[in-house]
Design a protein around this ligand. Sequence first.
Ligand code: TXA
Ligand code: MG
Length: 345
Amino acid sequence: METRLLPTDPAEMLREGAREAVRLLEQGEVVALPTETVYGLAGDVQAPDAIAKIFEAKERPSFDPLIVHLPRRDLLPEVAVVEDTLDAALRPLMETFWPGPLTFILPKQPDLSDAVTAGLPTVAVRMSAHPVFKRVIHDFGRPLAAPSANRFGRISPTSASAVQEELDGRIPLILDGGACASGLESTIIRIEPTERKPIAHILRQGPITAEMLKKHVKIAKPKPSPSTTVTVEAPGQTESHYAPNTPLRLLERPEDFHPDPGKRYALLSFRGLEKDGYMELTTFEDVAVLSPGSGKVPEAAVRLFFLMRQLDRLGVDEIIAEPVPEHGIGAAIMDRLRRAAAARG
Ligand code: TXA
Ligand code: MG
């Protein structure tokens, strides 16, 4: 199959691209679309063929459920059953963070296909704020399943060319919306209503941080890391996610690195400063800098997956990653780096 790549800028291009995407979605096809987090591979939740194609293109195991995107908040009852106490707990969060990078795990609507939710009694639901995604889902008018547009276990794509790298020849269309603004997958939470402040269980860290949620909810203590948990609440949250092909090692301190003289290394640096102590350790074949401009974590989040892909192409023996400050979205960056490191460590 030929994979077409269509631009979405200027406005007439968006109009044409969205029309083509909607035409394909209505035929039960799948299309890759930009969101503010990462690119998603979208298909009609009501079309069994489309859902099957998503799993096939991604080589995703059928036990790993998909995220459902809504065009409008009032369509929530089509996919989830939200009783009054839960509704009251959700409302302020949805008002504050939707549309945006926050996904809720909710009780599933019985008619929603088990293929979408991998047989779970719950469904993951979000609303994207990306103008291209919003346009397509608005014109389509119904919920779309859209997991990240990568092959299973690989790094999520944050540009149209990264989607091509992952899915070229497997899907008919990619809409190019440029680089994704936050660069990390959405935060996933489950809300437990209580008589006082609702409790939020964070199942995947992301752009909406615990600090941002705190005003509305109490944050539950994090569960032990996936490597020590037997049953995981988010089935896809296995530690092998977000992995480049090249082994990646996350160093807590520069003195922990003892390079093997016969090996080739690349460095994923936070700020690219020698005084941080990592760069002078050895001659790295390449140094990629996460936050060269601001020296702050949001910039690092935007660049993380893009640079991991770039270093992966060098064919070095190992990628060494510096830690980043674990505040704000830095916590989600460290989560992804730890998972990438655990994949082959
Ligand atoms: O930012 C995002 O969330 C992107 C964009 C494209 O929307 N999507 C995304 O989807 O990251 P995906 O499928 O790559 O990751 C969704 C995660 C998976 O780890 C999956 O296991 C988990 O959500 N998940 C889905 N449904 C669930 C459920 N009912 N209960 C627990 N976890 C669920
Ligand atoms: Mg994914």
